[in-house]
Structure formats: C-alpha cells, structure tokens
Design a protein around this ligand. Structure first.
Ligand code: MN
Ligand code: MN
Length: 300
C-alpha cells in the first residue's frame, strides 16, 4: 500500500498534469515551434510546484514516441498533422504521466477519438484482480472495432518513485500473458492507434534527444566527471533532455563531453520511435491508482 504522504504527492503531480491536459490543445497550432510547446509545458510544471518527470515529448504524425526538441530546434507543427504531446510531472519523485493527441486534420481525428475511447474503456475495467492481458484485449478490441490497429510494441506501465517504467508492461493487445493488477499500484495506461493498413509496430530511429543516467564510472575527463555527477544528482534515474544541459555555463566542451558520456555508456539514449510503415499514430494516456473497487484517475 502507498503511504498517505506519497499519495498526496502523486495527487499533486496528477493535478499539475490535469491542468496541462486542458492547456495543451490550445498550444498546438499549425506553424507553432515544437520547442516553444516543450518549453511552455515544462515551465508550467515548474510554476505549478512540480518538476518534469521527463522531457515533454512532441510526436508528429508517424513519430509515435520519444521526440523532444533539441536546442535551437526550428521544426514547427505541420499543417494537417496529428500531434501527440506526452508529459509528466513529479513531486518528490512521485510521478503522474499523461498524453493527449491533437488532430489538425478531419481525416486524422478518428484516430485520436479512438485512442481516447480505448483508454476510457480500459479504465472502466481496471481494478484489483483484473488480468493485465484482459486490459490489453479490451484496448485492442475497441481499436479494431473502429477499423484501426493498436501498436503492439508500445505499452502502458507501472510507476514507482523515481521510476517511470517499472515492473510489468500493460500491453495494448490481448495476446500477451501476464499477471493481475493489484491494489495500491500506480498504473499508466496508454493506447496507441494507427491505421488498419499499417504494420502496427514502431522501430527505432537513429536519433535520440532524451537520455537517462546509467552509471558514474567510465568518464575519463574532469568535465565528464562533473557532468555525470550533475546528471545523477539532478535527474536521478529519470529521463532528461539533452537540451536541458545547454544552460550549464561551466560546460566548456559541451558536445564533446556529452558524446563521450554516451560512448562510455554513462548515459543512454531513448531512440525516437516511428511507426514502421510510416502511418500516422494517435495516443491517449492517464495515470491511475488502483483502489479497492476500481481506480482513481490521478491525471483527469
Ligand atoms: Mn507518457
Ligand atoms: Mn507513459
């Protein structure tokens, strides 16, 4: 079970994220810079008394996950696109994670509605004792009934303090074995929807703008040692943006030092994930607490 003080932190993080869920659709407009949206989301989390649990992800069209703006990013929201904004706040390490899809094309809107519908249906059956595979099966059935396809290798997840993804994955398809949901778990559900003709899976791109701390040992320069110590202290094991390090004025050889931390595996990257056949993707996500008789939606 979760202590009351921890639960209060989860609820506070959830309220911050819920506030952003209302703000984000106003921010995502054609021709707006992706970097401006990332910074607005992250600064709002700080203003409301939380910290970003990971960089704001802005994933356009066939990009399904893990894009955040690099420093100086000039890319903008394309006309007629579908944009997933995935953001999380933490309070003292207790994380709430949520995502919304904004469709700027009538043709793509049904993808976004279907992701929301699959999430809503899944939340209706979430309670202690429910098989995780049942949740996946319901998500899949809801998506297929609308004539679309779930992304089979992207999943929801359990959350613990300072750990965004932990324990068993919550699949978006029904064919995986798995355990049962338990009271007191913090659970992020996140259906991903693509077109029926798509492959329905993501592949890694060879670009990463989001990283996490892996180990301290292995950096051989003074600047590298200082940077990895800063990363460990500042972000612990939570994902961070390469962009967030740009403000460190003591970094003299920032690019070279960071490249060495990657090479020595002190940090590891999250590759950008794209739908394999290049089809557009929608996503919806909430974080819930599993309660005695159902769940409490922390991010609604
Ligand atoms: Mn998320
Ligand atoms: Mn998530």
């Amino acid at each position: 079970m979760i202590p009351d003080e921890a639960l209060e932190c989860y609820r506070k993080a959830g309220r911050i994220v819920a506030h952003l869920r209302k703000l984000v659709p106003e921010l995502v407009r054609e021709d707006v810079k992706l970097l401006d949206i990332c910074e607005k989301v992250e600064s709002t989390i700080l203003q409301l008394g939380g910290r970003p649990a990971f960089p704001c992800n802005i994933d356009v069209n066939e990009i399904a996950a893990h894009y955040t703006s690099p420093s100086g990013d000039s890319s903008r929201v394309p006309n007629g696109s579908i944009v997933k904004v995935d953001f999380g706040a933490h309070v003292d390490g207790f994380i709430a994670d949520s995502a919304v899809s904004v469709s700027l094309s009538p043709r793509l809107s049904p993808l976004a509605w279907t992701a929301e519908e699959a999430l809503r249906k899944a939340l209706e059956i979430v309670r202690p004792g429910v098989r995780i595979s049942e949740v996946g099966a319901l998500i899949q059935a809801t998506i297929e009934r609308r004539g679309f396809k779930p992304i089979r290798n992207l999943t929801g997840h359990l959350i613990e303090r300072y750990a965004v993804h932990t324990g068993e994955a919550i699949p978006n398809v029904g064919n995986m074995a798995g355990g049962k949901l338990k009271i007191g778990q913090i659970c992020a559900l996140e259906p991903f929807v693509t077109s029926r003709s798509a492959r329905g899976e993501v592949r890694d791109e060879d670009r990463s703008y989001i990283f996490r701390f892996s180990k301290r040992k292995g950096s051989d320069t003074e600047e590298g040692k200082r940077l990895i110590a800063y990363i460990e202290k500042e972000f612990k094991t939570l994902p961070f943006a390469r962009r967030w390090l740009a403000k460190l004025d003591w970094l003299e050889k920032a690019d070279a030092t960071f490249a060495k931390l990657i090479e020595s595996k002190c940090v590891s990257g999250y590759p950008i994930l794209v739908e394999r056949s290049g089809e557009p993707v929608a996503q919806a996500e909430h974080t819930v607490l599993i309660t005695e008789d159902g769940c409490e939606n922390l991010t609604a």
